[in-house]
Design a protein around this ligand. Structure first.
Ligand SMILES: [Zn+2]
Ligand SMILES: [Zn+2]
Ligand SMILES: [Zn+2]
Length: 289
């Protein structure tokens, strides 16, 4: 299986419109972060995305996405769903199922009401279906299990990404948790020991509805993943600075054997065998003034 980070930025993306801070003006391509999303390609050609943010079209073109079997949503905030209409050109051949919790599906029905009402005939609408889920979803040999977490007072989902029968036995899976401020104990039991964890870490300072770097790395330690990558990052810190922060955290906690790093747009993880990080940062950077 291969996972590609399509976007690793917080809700406003980086560069932030109108901002001239050092990170928004950075020449380091890894400091150019679109809204958070990942693309997963299964061993049998399955293709799914988690979240379709406002840049989904650009991200899909960059990653060479030519078909989609399903979309998995974490929650209904704009930075995670406002590109949903752009799955339209991938839905001509077959309807694309959208999965999320009941609250998010209700939200999608009203946010994209024109798709589900019969008032518009003909083309111009994506062919999608909304599916509220409580348990694992099987897409070919891929098993996507919803992972309930708290995002402030909101109940949202992360996703556990596994392979067929193995998905349930803790041997081979990864976990994607964005916008998280608390992981309930029963969820911790469901996701312990993944091959990798991609987890939202907004900034160094605490935030009401998101983990800070320290909270995210603490969660990674508790979840016992050997590879922890931060995502949903804001413009307060450069990629290099966050990388240095992660190194200090590992040294302080005696976790030298673990990988702890910020993710970047274009980062790829191939798993389960020979899990290696690869993928160059996306070169077609967004222009800024
Ligand atoms: Zn978000
Ligand atoms: Zn900035
Ligand atoms: Zn959110």
């Amino acid at each position: 299986m291969k996972l590609t980070v399509l976007g690793s930025g917080t809700s406003h993306g980086i560069p932030v419109i109108g901002c001239s801070c050092p990170v928004c003006c950075s020449e380091d391509l890894r400091d150019n972060r679109m809204r958070a999303s990942v693309y997963i390609e299964g061993d049998e050609g399955e293709r799914v995305v988690i979240d379709t943010g406002p840049e989904f079209r650009i991200q899909a073109l960059r990653a060479g996405i030519t078909a989609l079997d399903a979309v998995f949503l974490t929650h209904g905030h704009a930075d995670h769903v406002h590109g949903l209409d752009d799955v339209r050109s991938l839905s001509y051949e077959h309807e694309i199922p959208i999965y999320g919790n009941a609250e998010t599906m209700t939200e999608m029905e009203s946010r994209f009401s024109y798709v589900f009402k019969n008032t518009q005939r003909g083309g111009g609408k994506p062919r999608i279906s909304l599916n509220a889920v409580n348990g694992p979803v099987h897409i070919g040999g891929l098993t996507m299990t919803p992972v309930p977490v708290k995002h402030g007072i909101l109940d949202i989902l992360g996703w556990k990404i596994g392979r067929g029968e193995e998905a349930g036995d803790q041997r081979s899976f990864g976990v994607y948790l964005t916008d998280t401020s608390f992981i309930p104990p029963q969820t911790l039991g469901l996701i312990r020991g993944p091959e990798f964890l991609i987890i939202g870490g907004l900034r160094e300072r605490p935030h009401e509805t998101h983990f800070s770097f320290e909270q995210a790395l603490n969660a990674g330690t508790e979840i016992r993943s050997p590879r922890v990558y931060l995502t949903h990052i804001c413009h307060n810190h450069s990629h290099r600075e966050i990388s240095a922060y992660c190194n200090r955290f590992r040294e302080k906690r005696g976790l030298e054997g673990m990988v702890m790093e910020p993710a970047y747009d274009g980062m790829e993880l191939v798993f389960p065998a020979d899990l290696k990080k690869s993928g160059e940062p996306c070169e077609d950077r967004l222009s800024r003034t």
